[in-house]
Design a protein around this ligand. Structure first.
Ligand code: F6P
Length: 552
């Protein structure tokens, strides 16, 4: 066991006392309605808000009292959150199942910082890769980097999946306003051929650059798409193998596989095993983002990340944005039995943010055993989901307002619009505030009756309220504020994982399906009828597919 991890016996003992205080406290708090909490404390909305590094979090519309927050902070202290934060920031191997340090915070550390992994300062390498990325991005953006035929690169296609796709595509969409509009950016992830076919159908190979993004450079989907891209590119460039050097670059930790694929490692942008895939959008995996928005904006995004890192590392827990958000997520997950968290950005540019968060949160905290390998005693990682507002209001919000499930929601909004158009932004923000008000306070039967509603209709029109929300308000969506927002969720996920005593940085749960798929591929592709040894359902699905495929 790594030196930093507290002995299991100590963890268990402290765990019992802190959790049990909250269990009895929950019995009181769960009976208090937000209406009452606000009536009892007219300044609650001002008091239960926190501003740090330019993000304002209103957490007053949560089903908590001061005592709840005190106990949650106590829980975090007893479970060693402070020590675990220090362990992460100092490069200890807190990803114990993979024996790796977890250092996405080093990706945005300033040049003069020193963060040691196995005795070596990793910060200079980080900055040297950033400089290499900047040089490359500037050459592509300016047209100095030419394609094989001498034409300027106008299209960039990132091929990757999971963290090698979701971060880049989310960041590109989020920061489109800041991107070079003369260039086209596409993202191919799915092994479904349609993804590739649609992404390139209107592109000229002579003007198209592929960024093959894969930490391992062995991922089935990415390698399949990369080979297809190679054939597509070569076919459009007279099958001249020398064209690959001008139209393919790689982002990876695996130089040997990159070379094997045929990409010159001089055109490879490196990152390291201490960067988890879902924590990698600010590493070289963000190359497409940098080409789109330029090195200066990319560095400003890193600066935003770093500001939040420093806040997380140093602020007392009761005034620490990621810690508070993490504690609240645990409160609802483990005491109220909430199964999900809805993330609702009222910002069209953040349309892919919920999808990005799904990998960040669920691949990190979807775990059923503790660091010590014992079955967890509480539910872990809630399901994160969401859509940009106001669209969701006209579809699934019905269930959040009047359904039988408790769904804590994070509302995210910005004061200044990037596209000021008439009244649009005021209307958008009015909806954010209205939704959190409606969710918290609802509408009583008396209020419904007073509107002249017939008795039979009253129950249908009642809103119970007491639905918890966070509201995150920032000045404007910029590269810097995006960095802060992503780091906020990264560290909230970390906080939750510490409270559950799990490894938030491995992802063994994705392995079994990958292995089984590799076994099934030849069974599907072989001409001779294979001897199938799966269960009867899987066997008959394979047989049916083979039969119908052959009949075509
Ligand atoms: O599916 C699991 C996973 O390992 C993710 O964690 C990762 O982001 C993704 O696959 C892609 O991996 P790679 O970058 O190695 O291709």
């Amino acid at each position: 066991m790594a030196a930093h991890v507290q002995p299991l016996t100590k963890r268990r003992a402290t765990k019992r006392s802190a959790w049990s205080a909250l269990t009895s406290h929950y019995k009181t708090v769960s009976k208090l309605h937000l209406r009452q909490l606000f009536a009892d404390d007219p300044k609650r909305g001002e008091r239960m808000a926190l501003e740090a590094v330019g993000l304002y979090l209103d957490y007053s519309k949560n089903r908590v009292t001061d005592e709840t927050l005190k106990l949650l902070v106590q829980l975090a202290e007893e479970l060693g959150l402070r020590e675990r934060i220090d362990a992460m920031f100092s490069g200890q191997k807190i990803n114990i199942t993979e024996k790796r340090a977890v250092l996405h915070i080093a990706l945005r550390a300033p040049k003069d910082a020193s963060i040691l992994v196995d005795g070596k300062n990793v910060v200079p390498e980080v900055h040297s890769v950033l400089d290499k990325m900047a040089d490359f991005s500037n050459r592509v953006r300016s047209g100095a980097w030419k394609g094989h035929t001498g034409k300027q690169i106008r299209n960039v296609v990132n091929i990757g999946i999971g963290g090698s796709d979701l971060g880049p595509v989310m960041a590109y969409e989020a920061l489109k306003h800041y991107s070079d509009r003369d260039m086209t950016f596409r993202f191919v992830s799915n092994v479904d051929g349609t993804d590739f076919a649609e992404a390139v159908q209107d592109l000229d190979p002579a003007e198209t650059l592929f960024i093959i993004s894969s930490k391992t450079f062995t991922t089935l989907e990415t390698m399949t798409n990369a080979h297809t891209a190679r054939s597509w590119s070569l076919a459009g460039l007279g099958n001249d193998e020398t064209s690959v050097a001008k139209h393919f670059v790689a982002v990876s930790t695996n130089a040997a596989e990159v070379a094997k694929f045929g990409i010159d490692t001089a055109n490879m942008f490196e990152f390291w095993d201490w960067v988890g895939g879902r924590y990698s959008m600010d590493s070289a995996i963000g190359l497409s983002t940098m080409v789109a928005i330029g090195p200066e904006n990319f560095r400003s995004m890193l600066n935003g990340f770093h500001q939040m890192d420093e806040h997380f590392r140093t602020a007392p827990f009761e005034a620490n944005l990621p810690v508070l958000m993490g504690l609240l997520a645990v409160w609802y997950n483990d005491f109220f039995g909430a199964q999900t968290v809805a993330v609702l950005p009222y910002e069209q540019y953040l349309k892919r943010f919920p999808a990005y968060l799904q990998q960040l949160t669920m691949e990190s905290n979807g775990k059923h055993v503790t660091l010590g390998g014992k079955e967890v005693s509480r539910d872990t990682g809630p399901i994160y989901w969401g859509e940009p507002g106001t669209n969701g209001q006209h579809s699934f919000y019905q269930l959040i307002h009047q359904g039988t499930r408790l769904i804590p929601c994070d509302f995210i909004a910005f004061v200044k619009p990037l596209n000021p158009l008439g009244r649009h932004h005021d209307l958008l923000l009015a909806n954010v505030f209205a939704q959190t008000e409606a969710l918290a306070f609802g509408k009583t039967p008396e209020q419904v009756k007073a509107e002249g509603t017939p008795d039979w209709l009253v129950p249908h029109r009642v809103f119970e309220g007491d639905r918890p929300t966070n509201t995150i308000l920032a000045e404007q969506l910029t590269p810097e504020s995006l960095g802060k927002l992503v780091a906020l969720y990264e560290h909230s996920v970390f906080t939750q994982g510490v409270l559950w005593d799990i490894d938030s940085f491995d992802q063994w749960g994705v392995e079994l399906g990958k292995v089984l798929a590799q076994r099934i591929v030849p069974e599907i592709e072989d001409n001779a009828e294979p001897l199938l040894k799966h269960d009867s359902s899987t066997n008959s699905l394979i047989r049916r597919y083979r039969k119908l495929k052959q009949a075509q």
